[in-house]
Design a protein around this ligand. Structure first.
Ligand code: PHE
Length: 353
């Protein structure tokens, strides 16, 4: 019996030692300690052993049991540790690997133009005023000398906000900024501002979009004339579009200026020869301007006998089209990344590497 136990013990130790996984180890447990396992059967065989040998027999079976359990436990721990290590190894993160590039957006071409113009006017002593896009009929038309029912309103057919906002509309021109700044100026003293922003009209073709950008300029002083307006606009157009750009002034009509002018620049596509973009005229209209109408001054609390002023409204999109060679204004607002990605030049933070 003793030899048999020794043999069995050595055999089970060897088997446990050779096991490669927890699963195999548990299979071995079933083989020895399961319901019909080797050790289990030896244990139940005690009933057939003569009484005087029972004690020794039991002790021997116990030796086997203890040997199995001890070896099983230590092997189990070993295998478990191995598996955890394997897992750690396979899930290890290499922090030295190069990271994915973070793409950062770039400034929209209209933002670039707006900032450039703001800089130019700030350098000439202007302040920048930011007005709301939802306006009252009063600020957008009435106080600009366009009373209810005035036929010139048709030229700026806009979007009215109905029901509770009945009196409100999407501003059709940044001239609303003129009214707001003049009214807000409690001392009724001189003013020199530009007001850039989005405006809305019911328009849609290659050079007109339902949403576009303007920049209003307003100068109010005691002695200011059409000559000042002319020199300001000439500096502005040449500075922005190049000294070669020709500027043309045409008499025009705006209800809130008198006299009124329209300012054209030579077409950026054909250089003035005539093409579909400029409708074969060689010119592109970029500006409306004039001397602030005395009625407007009076409605906004200024004494027209004491103060004069000039105002201008620039279509910023036209300048962007000129600058970047954009032939359809609608692409500016299409948000197509293939278009927008072309305007990354000059940004310091194009990409965080
Ligand atoms: N608000 C006018 C327009 O949108 C432009 C303009 C501004 C004309 C200021 C004269 C003075 O057409």
């Amino acid at each position: 019996m003793k030899e048999k136990v020794e043999l069995l013990k050595n055999e089970l130790i060897e088997k446990i030692n050779n096991v490669k996984s927890i699963k195999d180890l548990n299979d071995l447990k079933a083989e020895y300690m399961g319901k019909t396992g080797i050790i289990t059967e030896l244990q139940s065989g005690i009933k057939d052993v003569p009484n005087e040998e029972k004690k020794e027999y039991g002790m021997n079976v116990n030796i086997l049991k203890v040997a199995f359990n001890e070896n099983y436990e230590s092997k189990f721990k070993l295998l478990e540790e191995e598996e955890v290590n394997k897992k750690i190894e396979s899930e290890r993160i290499d922090v030295t690997l190069p990271s994915k590039k973070i793409r950062q957006g770039s400034k929209h071409p209209m933002t670039r133009i707006q900032e450039e113009l703001e800089d130019l006017f700030v350098s000439m002593g202007y302040d920048v005023y930011d007005g709301p896009e939802i306006e009252t009929d009063e600020n957008c038309f009435q106080k600009l000398n366009l009373p209810l029912g005035h036929p010139a309103r048709d030229a700026q057919d806009t979007f009215y906000l109905e029901n509770e906002y009945e009196a409100f509309l999407l501003r059709s021109q940044t001239s609303t900024g003129q009214v707001r700044v003049m009214e807000a100026n409690k001392e009724k003293g001189p003013i020199r501002i530009v007001c850039p922003g989005k405006v809305y009209r019911r328009d849609d073709d290659a050079t007109h979009s339902h949403q576009f950008m303007q920049m209003e300029g307003l100068v109010i002083e005691e002695n200011v004339s059409l000559a000042d307006l002319k020199s300001t606009l000439e500096i502005f157009c040449k500075k922005l579009l190049g000294e070669k750009t020709e500027v043309r002034f045409r008499p025009s009509f705006f209800p809130f200026t008198e006299p009124s002018v329209e300012v054209d620049v030579t077409c950026f596509k054909c250089g003035g020869k005539g093409c579909p973009l400029c409708k074969q005229t060689g010119w592109i209209e970029v500006l409306g301007a004039g001397m602030v109408h005395p009625n407007v001054l009076a409605m906004c609390g200024y004494d027209p006998e004491k103060y004069q002023g000039f105002a201008f409204g620039v279509g910023l999109d036209r300048f962007a089209m000129f600058r970047y060679g954009i032939t359809d204004i609608r692409t500016i607002y299409g948000n197509d990344l293939r278009f927008l990605n072309q305007f990354t030049k000059g940004d310091e933070l194009d990409e965080i590497k």
